[in-house]
Design a protein around this ligand. Structure first.
Ligand code: AMP
Length: 213
């Protein structure tokens, strides 16, 4: 099963992708997670992307296209995957088309999660990311010891640099102008499922599962 999970920052793609990847035993490919990991490890990719990611801009299309292609080639992509955070520009759609053509990947599920801007701003500014297990946590679910509710690590749940209020607004503006048109690009190519991302997490998961089945 090949799934492209699409939607604005903060709509819940990462949370849903993690649940679905466990349920279907398929790999979750998050371009944002790959970049953050590279930044933390100070690899060449991380050093090249750090400033761009932290100020909320998009890293160059070719770089991210290469990254996705390498990730797919180095895994059992025929078994299935969930793509989260790619494609984000029309140029990336062209790159993805070529990758899918080369790897003979046809008719992926294209699932769009939607939510109002104010809701996603609220979610993004109130969320923390566990640097140990990459789980996304709302601050209301963290106690004084800041223990990650998923992996139990202490003091590992941090606010992402790009989840600061001004950067969040910029990322949403980039989504509106540059990423949203991706839907139009694919509307005649794939069947698109549009779901409400503001429902409770388990309801969104159930709705996605319904679409996939
Ligand atoms: P995300 O975790 O998906 O919100 O991504 C975090 C940041 O990583 C984005 O704000 C971009 O700076 C960068 N990034 C992730 N995916 C892409 C992509 N497909 N194209 C360009 N930049 C990306």
């Amino acid at each position: 099963m090949q799934i492209i999970l699409f939607g604005a920052p903060g709509v819940g793609k990462g949370t849903q992708a993690k649940i679905l990847s466990q349920k279907y035993n398929i790999k979750h490919i998050s371009t944002g997670d790959i970049l953050r990991h590279a930044i933390a490890e100070r690899t060449d990719l991380g050093n090249a992307a750090k400033e761009v990611v932290e100020r909320g801009d998009l890293v160059p299309d070719n770089l991210i296209g290469r990254l996705v292609k390498e990730t797919l080639i180095n895994m059992d992509y025929k078994k299935g995957f969930i793509l989260d955070g790619f494609p984000r520009t029309i140029t990336q759609c062209g790159l993805l088309d070529r990758i899918f053509e080369e790897l003979k990947i046809e008719n992926p599920y294209f699932v769009i999660l939607k939510a109002d801007t104010e809701i996603v701003v609220n979610r993004l500014t109130n969320r923390r990311l566990c640097t140990e297990c990459a789980t996304i946590v709302n601050i209301k679910d963290l106690d004084d010891t800041q223990t990650c509710p998923n992996c139990g690590a202490r003091n590992t749940c941090i606010k992402r640099e790009d989840d600061k209020d001004s950067v969040v607004r910029k990322r949403l503006e980039i989504y509106r102008k540059t990423t949203f048109p991706v839907i139009d690009y694919y509307k005649d190519k794939y069947t698109l499922a549009i779901l409400n991302g503001t429902d409770p997490i388990d309801v969104v998961t159930q709705n996605i599962i319904k679409v996939l089945s």
